[in-house]
Design a protein around this ligand. Sequence first.
Ligand SMILES: NC(=O)c1ccc[n+]([C@@H]2O[C@H](COP(=O)([O-])OP(=O)(O)OC[C@H]3O[C@@H](n4cnc5c(N)ncnc54)[C@H](OP(=O)(O)O)[C@@H]3O)[C@@H](O)[C@H]2O)c1
Length: 260
Amino acid sequence: MKTNLITGASSGIGEVFARKIAAQNENVLLVARSEDKLKRLCEELSERHNVDAQYIAADLSERNAGARVFDETVRRKLDVEMLVNNAGFGSMGDFLEQDLERELNMIDLNVRALVDLTYRFLAPMRERKSGAIINVASTAGFQPVPFMATYAATKAFVLNFSIALWEENRQHNVHVMALCPGVTDTNFFEAAQIDRPPSRAVQTPEAVVETALSALKRGRSHVVSGWPNFLMVEAERLVPRSIVARAAGAMMRKNKNGDK
Ligand SMILES: NC(=O)c1ccc[n+]([C@@H]2O[C@H](COP(=O)([O-])OP(=O)(O)OC[C@H]3O[C@@H](n4cnc5c(N)ncnc54)[C@H](OP(=O)(O)O)[C@@H]3O)[C@@H](O)[C@H]2O)c1
């Protein structure tokens, strides 16, 4: 049976991906840690849209999680037509004041699990000569972000990894795309235990997912969600990276001091 696998589907952008894809009468396979939320969402989606909605409760930062999820799709006879690598979290503050285990756990989830799942699910897509992978990066992936150093670097990885795979896989009819949201109204900031940065360009997760699905239809390698965010990342490319880092650092310091 064909399905669409979405990680981090228990809230925010991932939950909206699940809702929008199911509303197109397509099956979904949802992955996150919160089993109760996934179960409720699957029941709602299968009832409302008459689709097959299944879940796997998994902590994707664990070493064997990618293999477990892949093996489970084989056991359930599911062909993953689209993979949305969306699960991720962030941290904020002076790098040395962060908890090292949490920073490493972030790399395990935002980078390692994403590479693991991409590797495993890309192979059958290439064999079938059809499929799509959306990797959720961030506008933070376009630049160094002082006081969000590790998070922004994980997203730079996701962005560049995805665009490289976009090119590698075009000839195989498999579409890999990076989605780069800016500040989005989700649980992200609560989960990271940080204040939402002041932004005039806050988007809803619905707007972000619509941008992604429409960019996917157009064969894009990556998409920045929201015009103000797009203009910001384009402008940054014209300025030396050290100046971008200093400007971002000054903004983060100002926010930290509550001087908004
Ligand atoms: N919100 C923003 O401003 C923003 C901007 C740019 C990019 N992004 C990116 O967008 C993606 C989605 O974030 P969001 O904004 O929708 O935040 P969110 O509401 O906090 O959602 C994060 C999702 O990831 C799941 N998750 C977290 N840790 C996990 C783990 N160890 N294993 C499996 N699943 C895990 C969470 O579910 P459980 O807790 O149930 O596991 C949840 O479903 C992230 O990659 C984030 O970096 C967000």
